[in-house]
Design a protein around this ligand. Structure first.
Ligand code: GDP
Length: 196
């Protein structure tokens, strides 16, 4: 099972440069280094070239069209230690204006390293999603780096931690871009959500 070829069509550094919503959107957000770029690459095919959003590059929201089915929205990573306070404020403004405006936003995938649990800072960000009534789903990344037993335990703990969030939808997904574990399942889920 593959997703249609996807291509970059817009990058937004400010809220007034968001493209006009045309298709349902699935967005990805996570701390820098969580494996977001790797996951998006793994979900696509080899022809789905992506622009680099590595540290040092201007933070922007990147929009990719997945065939004509839906848009995949790559939010800038957060948590860079060296980022100035004013940059953090800008990041928050950009994200908040996106999630508060997009009528076609179906869901945000919140990426979390399978070796880490729900931290206080992550929960604070989830509270923001709650406030804007945006459905979100946790995706445990880099699952190849933990044993099956630890992964199962982590999954249960994360699910319990999400109980208080009304907009946490479905069970956390578990993926590895390294081994492709869970990638097929995630593609299937995305297609189902987008109605494809
Ligand atoms: P981003 O900053 O969230 O976009 O993270 P990247 O996709 O650039 O990945 C950060 C680092 O984690 C890189 O060194 C990747 O090779 C590594 N990484 C990403 N996904 C996986 C995974 O599923 N398994 C393992 N073992 N490493 C991964």
């Amino acid at each position: 099972l593959e997703l249609p070829h996807f291509y970059f069509f817009a990058g937004a550094k400010t809220p007034n440069s968001f493209p006009v919503p045309d298709l349902p959107e699935l967005a990805f957000v996570g701390r820098s280094n969580v494996g977001k770029s790797s996951l998006i690459n793994a979900l696509g095919d080899s022809r789905s070239a992506r622009t680099s959003t590595k540290p040092g590059f201007t933070q922007q929201i990147n929009f990719y069209a997945v065939g004509s089915l839906f848009n995949m929205v790559d939010m800038p990573g957060y948590g860079f230690a060296y980022v100035k306070e004013e940059e953090k404020v800008k990041w928050k403004e950009l994200i908040e204006s996106y999630i508060s405006q997009r009528e076609l936003l179906l869901r945000i995938y919140v990426l979390l390293d399978a070796r880490h649990g729900l931290s206080v800072s992550l929960c604070n960000n989830l509270v923001i999603l709650e406030r804007h009534q945006v459905a979100f789903q946790i995706v445990l990344t880099k699952c190849d780096l933990v044993t099956a037993v630890d992964l199962a335990r982590r999954h249960v703990l994360v699910e319990k931690g999400l109980a208080e969030f009304r907009h946490a939808v479905d069970k956390p997904l578990m993926v590895s871009s390294e081994t492709s574990a869970g990638i097929f399942m995630m593609r299937k889920e995305m297609l189902r959500l987008a109605g494809g």
